[in-house]
Design a protein around this ligand. Structure first.
Ligand code: CMC
Length: 431
């Protein structure tokens, strides 16, 4: 991190100026450190949506949006997708290095032995209406973990932070499966310690008392890969939410629950559910042209869900991997889904349309993931829950990094006030 160069900013109306250091990370463009700007010039900066603002330094994930590069702790996503597993990636995100054999065994053991939900959490579910959205149940249940583990959530204690990370990564699939089973009236399943992370989740989702469940290795491999691809994505909306909540000193379960609610929106993780609903609404390949026309019409709120990204302006490397996998998974499972034809026609039409080309709008990670989830019999309303299981690894890695960074301050943006000027209160009979 060098700060050798300086940018000088002068307010010509007052001649006040500020000398702002230029900060460089390991990779990526340098950033102007505006920390002293207000003190020096009396001005704040204005950047709605944070298009030009770095909110933190972080050593976890790197994205080059122009080149379509995504690195977790320096490792290219393509290599991790091909060679790693979700649990190994979770270890990497949390610890900064790939685990040695014995380190991984110890981590896997810890995760496996924290997968159970507190029995009282089952009763908590009974308070939900049967058709509650699983994301609503997930956010509330994760927030409620603060009540179950309040004795060891000292955010200043490194051991407590680590334990919270293990608990969250371990329990998320158990809670997620409970959300699904509650919504269809099936009895909850206990986690099976003899199964690996993803198989254990699939077992908790789909096992019924009346017949044995044969776990599909294709399904497990596909899900593990999707979890790797979704595990982290630097300062996206939900991770920034976790950090903002975390900056107040809030406990890890409250901070992650806030991340879950931020993820739910259709502009973020809720896009995977929205993509599938959109593809179903379009219905057939011959209706694709009308959908593209609607997406371009500024008087129509309709957007092509699963298209566009704030950072990727060339291609989303995750989408490239998922696209290939979708064909493979559907072939291997012997599924012929007409929605895949609609998706491919839509992708083809958008990629040659000037509107999408000029704005650099490409399919993102969520465009194809829903088709795979559907092939694995995961209901549409659970899609964003799947994203949340995976992103928990990234969220908690950021939350820990934030607490390990000396001198961290509460997050507190400023505003440009556009309301009424100062005025006097008038008694009601004089208004
Ligand atoms: N369909 C049609 N037009 C679009 C789309 C789209 N999906 N996305 C962006 N645009 C247009 C937008 O109207 C604007 O046009 P103009 O310049 O004429 O005003 C231009 O492209 C720039 O868009 P923006 O909204 O300023 O871009 P943003 O960086 O603020 O938003 C986005 C990024 C992902 C929220 C947006 O592209 C979007 O809403 N996409 C659909 C939802 C989606 O797929 N979200 C998942 C994102 S990836 C996974 C994740 O983050 O969780």
């Amino acid at each position: 991190m060098s700060d050798s160069k300086i940018v000088k900013l002068v307010d010509e109306s007052t001649s006040r100026s500020s000398e702002l250091p230029l900060l460089s990370g390991t990779l990526g463009p340098a950033c102007i450190d505006i920390g002293t700007l207000y003190k020096d010039t009396g001005h704040f900066t204005y950047d709605p949506g944070y298009g030009s603002t770095a909110s933190t330094k972080s050593a976890i994930t790197y994205i080059d949006g122009d080149e379509g590069v995504l690195l977790y702790r320096g490792y290219p996503i393509e290599q991790l997708a091909e060679k790693s597993s979700f649990l190994e990636v979770a270890y990497l995100l949390l610890n900064g290095e790939l685990p040695k054999k014995e380190e991984f065994s110890a981590f896997e053991h810890q995760i496996t032995h924290h997968t159970m939900m507190h029995e009282s959490l089952k009763d908590f579910f009974k308070g939900f209406h049967h058709d509650a959205h699983p994301m609503a149940m997930l956010a509330a249940s994760v927030a409620s973990l603060s009540a179950f583990y309040h004795d060891d959530i000292d955010v200043d204690n490194a051991e407590d932070r680590k334990l919270a990370a293990i608990r969250l990564i371990a329990k998320m699939p158990t809670i997620a499966a409970a959300c699904f089973r509650y919504s269809i009236g099936w009895p909850f399943r206990y986690p099976r310690n003899n199964l690996e992370y993803v198989d254990r989740f699939l077992h908790m989702m789909f096992e019924v008392p009346s017949e044995p469940l044969e776990l599909s290795p294709v399904a497990a491999k596909a899900l593990d890969l999707l979890f790797i691809l979704h595990a982290d994505h630097e300062q996206n909306a939900s991770t920034s939410t976790v950090r903002l909540v975390g900056s107040t000193g809030a406990n890890p379960y409250a901070s992650i629950a806030a991340g879950i609610t931020a993820l739910w929106g259709p502009a973020h993780g809720g896009a995977n559910e929205a993509v599938l609903k959109m593809l179903e609404e379009i219905g057939s390949a011959d209706k694709v042209e009308t959908a593209v026309k609607r997406a371009k019409d500024k008087n129509d709120n309709f957007r092509l869900m699963g298209f566009g990204h704030r950072v990727y302006k060339n291609f989303d490397p995750r989408a490239k991997i998922i696209r290939e996998m979708t064909h493979k998974v559907l072939n291997e499972l012997g599924i012929n889904d007409p929605l895949l034809d609609v998706a491919m026609k839509l992708e083809e039409a958008a990629l040659k349309d000037d509107y999408f080309v000029e704005r650099k709008l490409y399919p993102n990670v969520d465009f194809y993931s829903g088709i795979i989830y559907k092939a694995l019999n995961i209901p549409t309303e659970m899609f964003t829950v799947m994203f949340a299981i995976a992103r928990t690894a990234g969220w908690i890695a950021h939350w820990i990094e934030q607490h390990e960074t000396p001198g961290a301050r509460i997050g507190r943006p400023r505003q440009i006030y556009t309301g009424a000027d100062v005025r006097n209160y008038m008694p009601v009979d004089k208004r």
